[in-house]
Design a protein around this ligand. Structure first.
Ligand code: SAM
Ligand code: SF4
Length: 469
């Protein structure tokens, strides 16, 4: 159940912080500003929208850059080592600015990396200028934590090991007014052997369909046309509810919300992907014909070591059913190179799967050894130069196949949801097809948020140039 009492409690802290901010505005002679830097996945992006909502409700306004903000919040990721390195690099620079130019600057850290006790210890010891640290389970407490930061001595550090609480019903600022992510579940129970997420995001828990639908109805009334249902493994949605609710059932209910014209979801774990879901994807054109289906490796031996609970035969049978049932579906994926023990033969099997499945695009990752995961202790860690060389070969193939796959619709006229004015050429707008491919075409800002028919004149590899019809 979602905790309404806690949401009300947090609204009281928002009020308290508003009064702190009013005093601050009077003494600064201007309104205090905030800046949020978000690393990592869609979940973090969604959390940051909630943080921005709370901060703006308190009265902060958005700063142009982190160095000029009065409050800087880093929402961290820890899925790969380089994400941690990046944060410490940023912090070093920010600490220097705080010392030299703006001693009143407040610096806060949150997100997955802060769920790791060693990292919190490093922050305490090496970055004493950080004022606030919290984790993935208590972000809804942002207003309360800020209030403590403003009224107590020394840094506030509040990281929970886990929680059963789901607190929604707090303000949020959407990046786009016409599309939005919607959390349908939190955490992960899969424990893929390389992955830190279950340790930092906790056990899987689903929101009830009633609460999800209420949020989506509100979003639709506020101008949202496209929702992205978010979870680490949406295919196991509803298993923690009683009675259980299947993800396909949830999708069918979302389809019935007036005003919602496109429904996306991510991520789909192949082990739990059912025939029912495939049929549901074909059941209503509101459900987009795109699926992100992480393969990770094309070698059955490596998939077993990864604890993924499917093999390539099962994966290919899903792909075959998807292609047969959902017209023009685009399939994208995640691939990891250099998992411990990966041989050239295992790697060749991954290349082969890319050729067989024909992904429209893929996120390719170099395996990163995460302390605390089973894979970190596995023998035969692959040397960096071998992994790097394989990574380059994989990237070349993924790009070659992606270019061919994403260009197949040239010559057709299809609906495009316009996202923004093109960043390079202001005479163009940029949007997406239902299958998630990018389209650029001549048009003005008044089209942003509209779904318009576009003739796909020319494929440029991963995007189309088109003309509005
Ligand atoms: N829950 C999603 C799933 O299972 O497909 C993925 C979430 S994870 C944040 C996104 C991707 O990061 C994974 O699919 C995987 O490819 C990659 N990843 C996770 N841990 C990794 C590691 N230790 N090294 C390299 N890539 C990793
Ligand atoms: Fe990580 Fe696997 Fe969970 Fe995805 S399903 S978040 S890869 S443990």
């Amino acid at each position: 159940m979602e905790d309404l009492k806690e949401a009300l409690r947090q609204r009281e802290y928002i009020e308290k912080m508003r009064s702190v901010l009013r005093d601050r505005t009077a003494s600064f002679g201007r309104v205090p500003t905030y800046f949020i830097e978000t690393l990592g996945c869609q979940m973090n992006a969604k959390d940051s929208e909630k943080f921005a909502g709370i901060l703006e409700e308190i009265g902060y306004v958005k700063a142009r850059g982190e160095f000029e903000a009065d409050l800087v919040l880093y929402n961290t990721c820890t899925v790969r080592e380089n994400a941690n390195t990046k944060i410490y690099g940023h912090l070093g620079q920010l600490g220097a600015v705080k010392k030299r130019e703006n001693p009143g600057m407040r610096i806060a850290l949150c997100g997955c990396m802060m769920q790791e006790p060693d990292e919190v210890q490093t922050v305490r010891e090496k970055y004493p200028f950080v004022d606030l640290v919290f984790g993935t389970h208590n972000g809804f407490k942002l207003a309360e934590l800020l209030y403590r930061m403003e009224t107590e001595e020394g840094p506030v550090i509040d990281v929970w090991e886990g929680t059963e609480m789901i607190v929604e019903d707090l303000p949020a600022i959407r990046k786009y007014r016409f599309k939005s992510g919607v959390n349908i579940m939190y955490g992960c129970n899969n424990f893929c052997s390389y992955c830190i997420v279950p340790y930092v995001r906790g056990r899987e828990r689903s929101r009830t369909p009633e609460n999800i639908l209420e949020e989506i109805r509100f979003l639709a009334s506020d101008g949202v046309k496209e929702v992205m249902l978010l979870g680490q493994n949406v295919n196991s949605y509803g298993k923690t509810l009683s009675p259980e609710v299947h993800f396909s059932e949830l999708l069918r209910q979302v389809v019935r919300v007036d005003g919602i014209e496109r429904i996306r979801f991510m991520t789909s774990h192949p082990k739990d992907l059912s025939d029912e879901l495939i049929e549901t994807m074909a059941y209503d054109p509101k459900i987009c014909n795109h699926i992100h289906l992480p393969l990770q490796s094309g070698s059955d031996r490596i998939l077993r070591l990864m604890n993924r609970h499917y093999d390539t035969e099962r994966y290919l049978s899903i792909v075959e059913k998807l292609r047969r049932t959902v017209p023009d579906i685009q399939i994208t994926t995640d691939l990891i190179v250099g998992f411990p023990g990966e041989t050239e033969e295992d790697f060749q099997a991954t290349l082969q799967m890319v050729k067989t499945v024909r992904y429209a695009s893929a996120f390719t990752f170099l395996y990163s050894r995460r302390t605390g995961t089973p894979a970190a202790k596995m023998p035969d860690q692959v040397p960096d130069d071998t992994a790097n060389e394989r990574f380059q070969r994989l990237l070349r193939l993924v790009q070659e196949v992606g270019r061919e796959e994403s260009g197949k619709l040239a010559g057709r006229t299809l609906p495009v949801l316009v996202d923004e004015t093109n960043r390079q050429d202001k005479t163009l707008v940029t949007g997406r097809l239902r299958d998630n491919t990018v389209v650029h075409f001549p048009g003005g800002a008044e089209l942003i948020g509209e779904i318009v028919p576009v003739f796909l004149r020319e494929s440029k590899g991963f995007y189309y140039l088109g003309e509005r019809c």
